[in-house]
Design a protein around this ligand. Structure first.
Ligand code: SF4
Ligand code: SF4
Length: 70
């Protein structure tokens, strides 16, 4: 599961650019700082490589293994 912490994200879009699976898309939603927080729209394509979390300069992304597939 991918979570983007809106309070930490500054909308630099590094995650969007570097994800090899193109999981992220800039969301239409503006947060309270007036930035577009990226949304993991194609999360099922995510390979859990952790690159997005590594690239994020603000540690806004958490990538967790889905242990309990339902
Ligand atoms: S963990 Fe890897 S595949 Fe998944 S969203 Fe991040 S960069 Fe993309
Ligand atoms: S890399 Fe981090 S700060 Fe930049 S847009 Fe992605 S989540 Fe936000």
């Amino acid at each position: 599961m991918i979570t983007v912490n809106e309070n930490l994200c500054k909308g630099c879009n590094l995650c969007t650019e570097f994800c090899p699976q193109k999981v992220y898309k800039e969301s239409k939603k503006l947060d309270k700082k007036g930035i577009h927080v990226p949304a993991p729209v194609d999360e099922e394509k995510c390979k859990k490589c952790g690159l997005c979390a590594l690239m994020c300069p603000d540690q806004a992304i958490k990538v967790e293994e889905d242990e309990d597939e339902e």
